[in-house]
Each structure stands twice: as structure tokens, then as C-alpha cells.
Design a protein around this ligand. Structure first.
Ligand code: AVJ
Length: 328
């Protein structure tokens, strides 16, 4: 039997109170550590409180933000073919499931799945998504896990022994450094076990103006998503960021092949966390996200370094995203 432990995840049923307590300390530690660096930074995982998850869903519907739509269309094309390889009783494990909208394309293409294990850092987004999936797929066991997909923990035994299918869409892997992305894929391979498959969605390198527009939309939804991190820090950590003093920046870093989001402070200021004080010079930035862009060669290199084989790589129409099928 495959016993895979992604430690650090909690069954969503454990209750939101305990979850929020744990998150709170980790958020504080990350904030202190990030504000102490020369280039101040905060992990993008802290974007996703209830409001941040809502803002992200609004981003996915923006005209400039093509990845969600393009990936859904590509997944509709490849899912019937790839699902033919799952086998009966397979278990779909989704990393960073959010609203579980794309999942439906796979669930519709693979009606004999035994269980669905959505993993997400936002307890509210996870609970709402799990409830909607249960309603629409009454035969499917839905076993949600709250937590950070970088610390995977055991799929509950109720998932059964079927082949594990990892699902990591949306180019969320692009948030991670190359080293962390490789470590995540390696741990997923170890934990998903013999015969596992893994469907990985990546955004592809393209004209920088299209990339920048996708992360700096005309309506300012992405700017609000970025600033929400400061509002969350004020509320949950008692900090005193002035969100209006920060400008949203989206920058194409060609050397690292990534879009970077920053919050740039327009005047010198000091921000407090308990007894600590962090000084910002005028024009200094807080780096909040990397979103790495790939091509087939960079996906193959990453997958193989993590011990997977690249079985298929499909590219959609422009603005193009890619879907990789990996096999353990
Ligand atoms: C959810 C990480 C895939 O990087 O495109 C969208 C997050 N940030 N707009 C991305 C995001 C700004 C998104 N991921």
C-alpha cells in the first residue's frame, strides 16, 4: 500500500480555528524574515486569505489574464486522452486547488475516479469548493486537506489504493524558485508512489508586453490583490503598512524568465511589527511574487531532475500555455 505523507497538512475537518492559529505564527515568522532581507520579500502564499482568494478568482476572469482561460481550453482538448490512462479507482490529488473550477474538466473526463483530494492554503476557499464538488459529483469521495502544498501529508486512507494522479494546474509551480519547484516535484513523485501520473500546467514565455499586461490589468484588480497582502498583515499581525503609499509593479525579468510583482513605496517610512521596526527608503520595493514562464525544454529539464519522465507536452493557441503529462 502506498503510504504517502505530505506532513504539515491538516484534514479540513480539523476546524478553521486551529488552522488559523498555526498559519498566524508562520505568517509572522515569514514576514519578519522577509522584511529583514536586503531585497525585502514576502511569500506569495500569504496572498490567499478569503479576500485574496476572491480577488484571485476575479483576476482569472480579466481580459488581460489569459492563463486560466487558455489552460481550461487546452485541458478540455487533452483530458479525454490523458484520462484514458488513469485506470479505474484512481485518486486525483490537486495541489493549490482554489475554487476547483478546472478540476471539473478532469472529473468529467474520468468518471471512474475513486477520490478527489484538493489541497489549498485557504480554508474558506477549500470548504466552498469541496461543497460544490460534492454536490455536483455525488459518487466521488472528496477528501480536502488544508495547508501549504510544499509540505504534503498523507492522503486519508479512505482514498483507497488506486493510482495517484497529481494535478498542479495554473502555472502555480512558477511561484517557486527552480530549486523549490524541483524539490516539490521530487517529493510528489516519492509520495504519489508507483505508477503515478502528474499533470502540470505551465505558462509559456511570450511577448513581454502580453505578460506584463496579464499582471498589471487596466482595472487594477491585480494591484488590489497585491496590496491585500499589506491589509492582511495589518489585520492579522497588527502591522501598520499604509497600503495607499505602495504602488503595484509588474516587471518582466528576462534573465530569470519570470514576471515579478513588487509593491513600491513612494516615500520613506518605518513599518512596525510588535517591537520590531522595518525601514523602507523612498522607492524601495517589497517583492511579493515570482511567476516563472517556461518552454518545453525547461519543463523537461525540471521534470527529469525531479525523477519524472515527460510523457507528453501539449501547447495551446496564443497566448499559449502548456500542459505536461509526467509519469513516475
Ligand atoms: C496562481 C500563481 C498561478 O502567477 O499567474 C495572478 C497568481 N498573481 N496574478 C500567477 C497571480 C498575479 C498566479 N498563480
Amino acid at each position: 500500500p502506498q503510504r504517502w505523507m505530505f506532513s504539515g497538512l491538516r484534514l479540513a475537518a480539523d476546524g478553521a480555528a486551529a488552522q488559523n492559529e498555526g498559519d498566524h505564527e508562520a505568517f509572522r515568522r515569514d514576514m519578519i524574515e522577509g522584511l529583514t532581507r536586503r531585497q525585502k520579500s514576502v511569500s506569495p502564499k500569504w496572498f490567499y486569505d478569503a479576500e485574496g482568494s476572491r480577488l484571485f478568482e476575479a483576476i482569472t476572469r480579466l481580459p488581460e489574464y489569459y492563463p486560466t482561460r487558455q489552460e481550461a481550453a487546452l485541458l478540455r482538448r487533452v483530458a479525454p486522452v490523458w484520462a484514458g490512462r488513469f485506470g479505474a479507482g484512481a485518486v486525483l490529488v490537486e495541489l493549490g486547488s482554489g475554487a476547483s473550477e478546472k478540476t471539473r474538466i478532469l472529473l468529467d473526463a474520468a468518471p471512474d475516479l475513486a477520490a478527489y483530494v484538493p489541497i489549498d492554503i485557504s480554508p474558506s476557499a477549500l470548504a466552498e469548493a469541496a461543497a460544490r464538488i460534492r454536490t455536483d459529483y455525488p459518487e466521488l469521495k472528496v477528501l480536502p486537506l488544508t495547508g501549504d502544498f510544499e509540505h504534503l501529508s498523507p492522503p486519508p486512507p479512505e482514498a483507497g489504493p488506486g493510482r495517484r494522479i497529481g494535478f498542479f494546474p495554473g502555472s502555480t509551480i512558477g511561484n517557486l524558485s527552480p530549486e523549490a519547484a524541483e524539490a516539490l516535484l521530487r517529493s510528489a513523485r516519492e509520495h504519489l508512489g508507483q505508477g503515478a501520473l502528474f499533470i502540470l500546467g505551465v505558462d509559456l514565455v511570450k511577448d513581454p508586453s502580453a505578460l506584463v499586461a496579464a499582471y498589471d490589468d487596466a482595472r487594477g484588480v491585480t494591484a488590489a490583490f497585491n496590496r491585500n497582502l499589506l491589509l492582511r498583515a495589518n489585520r492579522e499581525l497588527g502591522m501598520d503598512f499604509e497600503p495607499d503609499a505602495f504602488r503595484h509593479l509588474a516587471i518582466w525579468n528576462a534573465t530569470e524568465s519570470r514576471i515579478e510583482m513588487h509593491l513600491q513605496v513612494m516615500k520613506a517610512m518605518t513599518v512596525r511589527l510588535d517591537t520590531l521596526a522595518f525601514r523602507f527608503a523612498e522607492g524601495e520595493t517589497l517583492h511579493t511574487e515570482n511567476s516563472r514562464k517556461f518552454d518545453e525544454a525547461s519543463v523537461r529539464t525540471l521534470a527529469e531532475a525531479a525523477g519524472w519522465r515527460l510523457q507528453a507536452f501539449e501547447v495551446g493557441p496564443d497566448p499559449a500555455v502548456g500542459l505536461a503529462l509526467l509519469e513516475a
